[in-house]
Each structure stands twice: as C-alpha cells, then as structure tokens.
Design a binder for this molecule. Structure first.
Ligand code: GLV
Ligand code: MN
Ligand code: MN
Length: 409
C-alpha cells in the first residue's frame, strides 16, 4: 500500500535537483535540473514496470496498461517545475503521490479496465517563459506557433529554442493534443499553499472550484535622459508612470471584492542606471477571481488606469496577455468518491476553493477533474520555507488510490 518512506525519499531526492542549493528549489522547464528530476522519475517508473514516454510538449508519462487498451485513460499527476527559489512540494508532492499510487497498484496486483497514466507536467509555473500551465494547455488546446517562438526567458531564449536544446521538436508540439474522450478523469494532488487546512486541523481539502487567472505583461516607454540635467517637468519617466499604475492595481484588486487578488511580481527597468531617467519599464500583472465577470471588470479598470497615466505623462505602452484561464468547477462525482473514501478511512476533510492555479483547471476542459489539497505549514508556499508533512501527502495518496480504483475499474 502507500508507503510514507518512499514518498519521503522521492521528495528529498527531487529537492536536490535545484539551480539554487540552500535557497529553495529553482527548477525551471527544460533545464539541467529538470532533466535530473525527469531522469530520476523515469527510472522509478520503469522500475515498477510502467511504460515510459514523453509527449511532443515534453510532458513525461508512466503508463500502466488496462484490460481494455483503447479505453480512456485515468491520468494523475502534477508538475515538477518551480518558481524561483520556491519550495520542494509545489507540484512535486502531486507527482510523487501519483508515482506512489502506481507502486501501490503494482504491489496490490490490481488489474483495471482503464489504463492509468502518471503524468509529470511541463512549465506549470510559467517561471521561465512567463506563460504557465504549458504542459496541460499543450494537451488540451495545443500551443500556437506564436507562443513557441514568441515567448522568451530572461536570457532571450524562446520556448522553441529551449525545447530543441532539450532534445524535443517544437514543430511537433501540436501532436501533444489529446482527443476528446481519450481521458476518463484527471486527478491532481497538491499542497494547499494557504493556511486554512492547518488552522482548522483538517487533513484533506477537496477542491470544488479553481479561480480564473489572467497574466499580463505591460511595457511602458518614455525617454532616457540625463538624471542631472533634465528638468523635472521635461521628463518622460517610465518608472514613475509604472509605479502609479502598480499602486492602482493594488487598489483596484482591493476594491473589487474579498475574493479578488492582483499582484505585480516582476519589474524590469531600462536602461537601469542610477543617473539615467528610466526609458522603459516592463512589469507583470497577475489577477484572479472566482468569477469571470469580475476578472473582466478588473481588467477594464486596470487598462483604463494605464491609458490615463500614460496619456497624462506623455508615455506609450503595450499590453500583452500571457495567460487567460477561466474559473472552473471540479467534478462532483469525483468529489463524492474522495469524500466517501475519507469518511471510510476516518480522515478529516473539508470542501474548499483553490486560489492557486493548477493544471487541473486546464484539464477540466478535456475530462472530469479532481483536485485534492494537503496542509501547508503556516500556509507558506512559493518560498523556501514551504513545508508539508510526508504523512499528510501519504493520506492524500491513500484517498486517491481509492479514487483511481473506483474510476479505472
Ligand atoms: C501557480 O502556482 C499559480 O497559482 O500561479
Ligand atoms: Mn506554484
Ligand atoms: Mn503547483
């Protein structure tokens, strides 16, 4: 059955594959660290007899055949990429839980009607190229050629170039698209990344809905001028404009309601010298809400503010949408199956929404999805302090083992 020691070993091993040892986990898509993590997972999958393959987008799979080879697959997993200096559990916990469930199924010798696939998704965070949920979008919508050649990392490497350097063929990315009906269900276990479960002393969160997310990159252009000789009224300072907009974003999100959040987490200033008036500022905007109409209203208000600030200060701007995912509901039948398993095993649970984005929200357009949370210590995530007890991940995996059997048999 589910063994907490194996979960611990997997997670401790994966945590070592980081570009920032001692400063949390930094494991971006298509990097040497990600390669190490994939190699480890591949080896573990092979060692239990799973058939390993990588799809055209770089998602890694371990497949366990079912009695009916053509039957829709029950897929479970999460991602292994991270934010910069993130924690060892975001994504990895769900991948490791899925692997452990596959081990348990092998040991139990359980035959299922449907095939089962453990999936390791690529670039969920979007920390390298700016547009997340890449692996799941590649499976559900397909990735456009513009995204492949037109999104870049900090070194100016495009997604297509990074994939090629990783041994994948970016021109074939559309082959990763799954046919409608080919996936019976997608299950993702994830750390909560918030404080609710721990505060309530509850072991499991069964997610009912996932927020909608928009990610935008704004570039404001002004004029580079000498910081000593250019009189204040004659400046076109892009950073002063950006800071007004950024402050407004915070206000707009606060005023939109208690379920709305808005964040500017990335800012680049050019030319970036103490004695030059900033000529160009690029910043990200991430805003989220459970309701699409609120997301649209917030977007209109931010755009209006941006236009007004730039007009008043003689600045120009561009607005690039990097990600737009609507809010989604998870599958009520899967909620019932997991809740029933929790009651049977006497494990405490509650139903809750997710404020974080997850591959499950994209997969929901292809198949019924389930999303299960386990507690995060202090609610902390996207930082090195991120922690979840291995025992709690094991409890979540036990519930999902029941769910996989119910769905695949
Ligand atoms: C993913 O972690 C997100 O919610 O941005
Ligand atoms: Mn994350
Ligand atoms: Mn995640």
């Amino acid at each position: 059955m589910i063994k907490v020691e194996r979960i611990r070993k997997d997670l401790e091993t994966l945590a070592r594959f980081t570009a920032t040892p001692g400063k949390g986990v930094t494991r971006m898509a298509f990097t040497p660290e990600e390669r190490q993590a994939r190699d480890y997972l591949e080896q573990e999958m092979r060692s239990i007899g799973l058939e390993v393959y990588t799809d055209a987008a770089g998602n890694l799979f371990g497949r366990r055949a079912g009695r009916e080879p053509g039957a829709p697959v029950v897929m479970l997993g999460s991602h292994i990429d991270s934010v910069k200096s993130g924690g060892p559990f975001d994504g990895a916990a769900g991948v490791v839980a899925a692997l452990e469930i596959a081990r348990a199924l092998q040991e139990l010798g359980k035959e299922t009607v449907h095939p089962i696939e453990v999936v390791v998704m690529t670039e969920e965070e979007g920390a390298r190229f700016g547009s997340g949920l890449y692996g799941s979008r590649a499976m559900v919508d397909g990735i456009s050629p513009e995204e492949m050649t037109g999104t870049f990392d900090e070194e100016g490497i495009s997604k297509a170039e990074a994939m090629r350097a990783f041994g994948l063929d970016p021109d074939r990315v559309r082959e990763a698209v799954r046919k409608p009906g080919s996936v019976k269900a997608f299950l993702e276990l994830h750390i909560e990344q918030g404080p609710i479960l721990e505060a309530a002393g509850t072991k499991i969160g069964i997610v009912e809905s996932i927020v909608g997310i928009k990610t935008i990159f704004v570039t404001i252009n002004g004029s580079a001028d000498h910081a000593g000789t250019t009189p204040m009224p004659m400046r076109r300072d892009a950073l002063v404009g950006a800071s007004q907009v950024i402050t407004a974003i915070n206000r707009i999100a606060r005023e939109a309601g208690e379920n709305t959040v808005g964040t500017v987490g990335m800012l680049q200033v050019k030319p970036g010298s103490s004695n030059v008036v900033p000529a160009e500022v690029k910043f990200s905007i991430d805003f989220r809400d459970g309701k699409n109409e609120v997301i649209e209203r917030v977007e209109r208000e931010i755009k209006k503010e941006l236009a007004a600030v730039c007009e008043a200060a003689n600045l120009t701007y561009t607005w690039e949408e990097a990600l737009a995912v609507p809010p989604v509901a998870t599958e009520p039948k899967i909620i019932d199956i997991v809740a029933e398993a929790a009651r049977r095993r006497n494990i405490s649970y509650r139903l809750m929404p997710s404020g974080a984005g997850h591959d499950a929200m994209v997969m929901a357009r292809l198949a019924p999805v389930g999303l299960l949370f386990v507690p995060s210590r202090g609610g902390k995530s996207h930082c090195p302090e991120e922690w979840t007890d291995y025992e709690d991940i094991a409890l979540g995996a036990e519930l999902y083992l029941d769910a996989v059997l119910a769905l695949a048999q």
